[in-house]
Design a binder for this molecule. Structure first.
Ligand SMILES: Cc1cc2nc3c(=O)[nH]c(=O)nc-3n(C[C@H](O)[C@H](O)[C@H](O)COP(=O)(O)OP(=O)(O)OC[C@H]3O[C@@H](n4cnc5c(N)ncnc54)[C@H](O)[C@@H]3O)c2cc1C
Length: 360
């Protein structure tokens, strides 16, 4: 029996544990805090198809595959927690959409998108500011409670016999023969294969292996709001900001992109900045609606795309992370792909483009 260790209990590690647990026993997942304690438990949970890459690029293929995995999971879990179809509208000001619009005009967008004028937008939501020129409507998007999805992967994996160890893994000894030895403060563990899926904190392992930086933690803050009636029927985006109303009529307003190391604290500056940007689009919003503020870290790569597959020069170490700002979109697919890659099975989509080698 193959012994497999998974470092990190976010969506990437839990999805890998879930899909692997359907095939084999002997799996252990290590988590330093609790399942979904960081970005996988606090993200906005938008699952939006990629649109701004070249048609048929590897990123688009991975995105299409990721959406198909989510649609299957939604069928299975939507009665248990919030997992819903939710159209997205990207709002545009001052022709900021030119690249996407060019593709649209050339009939290159291969999915269900269409452009809306301000008048059409205001049929969807009359509160959109007159400053907006129009919007791109993306029908095939989803929204999920990313904490519940991560936790459900984990709970199902545990039911299938996966072991859980609540410890921080601080060292990986890859040179110990055929097996890989990993260390917590007080113990060591041997595995045939390990998966590194500890989000932004994988950077310290990358520094050990390559002596160079691969990931940057980028903090994002979100405001949760109550008593906005009616709620937002679609999820509105402008630039990297968004507003959406989820279950229990809670409206989520995001976000920031802050390069401040591993600091996950909330700040009033960011709260004001998020509100100020939102008021430009929805002038009625103010801080009286805010009931909660959260912060967490995106495991950001230089090209904002995930890192998948074997570690360079080490047969038994696999990487499953770097989800950047789309780690909930990609997480389940990444876990599924890893569960096949470890057993050298035929993969459903190409992953060589997502190897860590592209940064070395
Ligand atoms: C504000 C915000 C909003 C977002 N919204 C979206 C969105 O709408 N859609 C989307 O697709 N993506 C979104 N993302 C991105 C997404 O949340 C992340 O890419 C994704 O959650 C990363 O998952 P992960 O499992 O790789 O890492 P994490 O969720 O960070 O999990 C890693 C886990 O590993 C544990 N760990 C770390 N080091 C160790 C160690 N040495 N030993 C043991 N355990 C360890 C940590 O405690 C943590 O639980 C958002 C991110 C932010 C910050």
């Amino acid at each position: 029996m193959l012994k497999i260790g998974i470092i990190g209990g976010g969506i990437a590690g839990c999805a890998a544990a879930y899909y692997l647990s359907k095939k084999t026993s002997g799996i252990t997942i290590f988590e330093k805090d609790f399942i979904g304690a960081h970005s996988s438990g606090k993200s906005n949970g938008s699952i939006i198809p990629f649109i701004d890459y070249d048609i048929n690029s590897y990123s688009e293929q991975l995105s299409d595959y990721a959406i198909s995995v989510h649609n299957n999971l939604k069928m299975k879990f939507h009665s248990k927690f919030y997992y819903s179809k939710k159209p997205v509208v990207h709002l545009f000001k001052n022709n900021s959409y030119s690249k996407i619009y060019d593709n649209y005009k050339k009939n290159k967008l291969n999915k269900e998108f269409h452009f809306l004028s301000l008048g059409e937008l205001r049929h969807i939501d009359a509160r959109v500011s007159e400053e907006i020129d129009g919007g791109l409507y993306i029908k095939n998007s989803l929204e999920v409670d990313s904490y519940m999805l991560s936790k459900t992967f984990f709970d199902n994996a545990i039911q299938n016999g996966v072991n859980f160890v609540q410890k921080n893994i601080n060292k990986i000894d890859a040179d110990s023969g055929k097996q890989v030895r990993i260390f917590s403060d007080d113990e060591s563990y041997n595995f045939d294969k390990i998966i590194i899926s500890n989000g932004s904190w994988a950077e310290s392992f990358f520094m050990d292996f390559f002596g160079k930086s691969i990931l940057t933690p980028i903090k994002g803050q979100i405001l949760r709001m109550k008593n906005i009636t009616p709620g937002f029927k679609v999820s509105f985006w402008w630039g990297k900001n968004y507003i959406t109303t989820k279950d229990q009529n809670i409206t989520w307003l995001g976000t920031t992109h802050e390069d401040v190391g591993y600091d996950e604290s909330i700040t009033s500056d960011s709260k004001n900045q998020i509100l100020q940007k939102a008021k430009e689009i929805f002038p009625f919003l103010d801080e009286n609606f805010v009931v909660e503020q959260t912060a967490c870290l995106r495991p950001m790569t230089k090209d904002s795309l995930p890192i998948l597959g074997r570690l360079k020069d080490f047969e038994n170490i696999f990487l499953c992370g770097g989800g950047s700002a789309n780690g909930i979109l990609f997480g389940p697919a990444m876990g599924k792909i890893m569960s096949k890659d470890i057993f050298e099975e035929q993969l459903d989509t190409y992953i060589s483009e997502f190897s860590v080698n592209r940064f070395l």
